[in-house]
Design a protein around this ligand. Sequence first.
Ligand code: PMP
Length: 320
Amino acid sequence: MRPPCRPLPADGRFLQAVGPTPLVPVRLEEDGPTIWCKLEFLNPSGSTKDRIARYMLEKAWRLGELCPGGEVIEASSGSTSIALALACAQMGLRFTAVMPEGVTGERVLTIRAYGGEVELVARDAGVRGAVARAEELARERKAFAPRQFENPDNAEAHRVWTGQEILSQVPGGLVHGVVSGVGTGGTVVGLYQAFAEAGCPVTPFVAKPIAGLGCDLECCSFSPRVPGVVDGISKLYREADMPGRVELDVSDELAMCTARALIRRGFPVGPSSGLNYAAAVEASKRLGPGAQVVTVFPDRMERYFSTELIQPRLSARGAA
Ligand code: PMP
């Protein structure tokens, strides 16, 4: 039988630094809509994944699935691993991240700096290969596997936490559209549930980065990718009940250019924030004047110094 709720280790108090983050109105084009943007890159590890890392680990700790000195193993293309590495460092746990080859050096170095281990699987094996290897390792070493792609606590963290923050920040507590790219889907599913349960007439919009759709802005002569947003992996997203969900295609060039425009406005974001913002502009047009559309800026630009986000002359192949 599992022991009853246990207090977190003393250092777990630092985890309290996650959220609340500001929700700010952002309008990039003079004649464009205003989008409500949640500045999740301000969390301690630099991304929204601090929320799910803290939520999943605290729950496992309380249930007795994690003990002092225990080990956590997770497959992630980056942000979740970095957030887990930081949380494990604070909780006195060991951490191993399994990632496909080709992720940016910044990510690997950050995890190692927090004392985590990194195991790389072949680039061709992709996130799916990383998930399979993480399962194998967790079984072998009897480690705790958060399994972000299927763990309901991932979406739950956004439903009971990020979503409630937004409802208290957006004018009138009213949200008409919520927009996000999908990696695990935890963000869009959890936020949609929070807003729907609060009685908002909300439509969920899913932003899909499409290679090579084109963009007429001058900086976009290549086809960059948007790390963190992956298609078809997440069981959590596949099985989520989101009536009226709308998918919005956004060229990865437009996502990248929009991220650069946001950076020039003083928001130090990564590519997926550009994707989310560009899709939110389209969502706002579809919903019409007066609609309050909310999106998330998931992570920080410093994670992409070696990529074409910051060095536009690099080819997409050199990016994470
Ligand atoms: N942006 C970035 C930078 C990410 O790392 C992720 C998740 N891996 C996402 C967006 C997508 O968020 P979610 O997993 O909640 O769908």
